[in-house]
Design a protein around this ligand. Structure first.
Ligand code: A2P
Length: 340
């Protein structure tokens, strides 16, 4: 065991899962330092039979750290990632702070592991919705080419952090008590208006830019092109928040390069793809659902159909736990690849 690890945002929705995955996968950590805000300093977190004391995130906290996982929001990454790198750490960043930076590899280990050799201290973990989609599409792209993606997402509240999970459960209670529903967190903490997520669907994740797309949609579009290293590909996204705790679902329409491909050929490809589980049997009502993907490492794919009009078009339904493959697991897999 020879790696000193730090987790920034260790008390958060993703940070706690990173610690769990490090323990579960026997990551060769000599030490694990849990960092968060000053508010949580001194709090205890138990994992794998050990008790860890949370410390405040400061530049000096990164002395002696080899790998630092960041999951405390973009502004914290901007403030501290370079401080960690300066002290010799490799940063694996879960926020959007560096994803589109030219010198920062954006990595899903099943898709573009070679990018890991090119980093200069920081490696970015893609957006959760992007990760599960590119993992499912990679085998199809390699075999048949991929020209176009149109995706609509059905995203869980845990992607917006612990406060959003709490808000969903509070609002569910307010709804059943017939009291007034209080909305303060979603669609995003910085938004001018907040809407209830319980018993609702909110077509806004993150803020809007002048194009009319949300930043979450633009992340899916731009990150997909970067990960596939294909800037000609046509990608469009609509991202929607649903009252699901964990597990993002996606309806994905694709157009491939060839026109004689069958649904069973696509199914066969996905069946043997790493990290993918095919759940696709309409006669048995077998299809992926977020409730069953929660706590699982894999990306689940089903409902694969050929488009009824376009000879190169296919539809897929892709589900994965956004806190695991979408965040914590992918980050830990990046660290494992680095060590190997
Ligand atoms: P804290 O619990 O001390 O506020 P989530 O994504 O679930 O909302 O979690 C956000 C994470 O980011 C938490 O671990 C939170 O720690 C951490 N965080 C928030 N603000 C800061 C800060 N100023 N410095 C370091 N960590 C922070």
């Amino acid at each position: 065991k020879n790696v000193n690890v730090a987790i920034v945002g260790a008390t958060g929705a993703v940070g706690t899962k990173i610690l769990e995955k490090l323990v579960e996968r026997n990551f060769p950590a000599k030490s694990i330092k849990l960092l968060a805000s000053k508010r949580s300093a001194g709090n205890e977190i138990k994992a794998g039979g050990n008790t860890y004391i949370v410390q405040e995130t400061t530049p000096e906290a990164f002395e002696g750290i080899d790998i630092a996982f960041f999951s405390a929001g973009g502004s914290i990454s901007e403030m501290f990632a370079h401080e960690a790198v300066k002290r010799g750490a490799v940063v694996i960043d879960n926020t959007s702070a560096f994803r589109m930076d030219k010198n920062t590899p954006l990595v899903v280990p099943e898709v573009n592991p070679k990018e890991l050799t090119k980093h200069s201290g920081i490696i970015a973990n893609p957006n959760c919705s992007t990760i599960q989609m590119v993992a499912a599409l990679k085998p199809i792209k390699d075999q048949y080419g991929l020209n176009r993606i149109i995706v609509s997402t059905y995203q869980a509240v845990s992607g917006a952090g612990v406060e959003a999970i709490d808000e969903l459960s509070e609002q569910s209670k307010q709804f059943s008590d017939r009291s007034e529903i209080q909305a303060e967190v979603l669609p995003s903490a910085s938004a001018k208006r907040h809407y209830p997520i319980a018993f609702n669907a909110i077509p806004q994740i993150d803020s809007f830019d002048e194009s009319g797309y949300t930043l979450e949609e633009l992340k899916m579009i731009n990150e997909t092109k970067k990960i596939f290293n294909d800037y000609e590909m046509s990608v469009a996204a609509t991202c929607v928040r649903l009252p699901v705790v964990s597990g993002h679902s996606e309806s994905v329409y694709i157009e491939i390069d060839q026109d004689n491909v069958t649904t069973s050929e696509i199914q066969a490809l996905l069946e043997k793809a790493p990290g993918i589980v095919l759940q696709d049997d309409p006669t048995a009502q077998l299809y992926p659902m977020p409730l069953y993907a929660e706590g699982r490492d894999e990306v689940f794919v089903g409902r694969i159909r050929k488009d009824l009009n376009h000879p190169k078009g296919f539809h897929l339904w892709v589900v994965s736990d956004n806190l695991l493959k979408g965040a914590a697991l992918n980050s830990v897999q990046i660290a494992e690849e680095l060590i190997n």
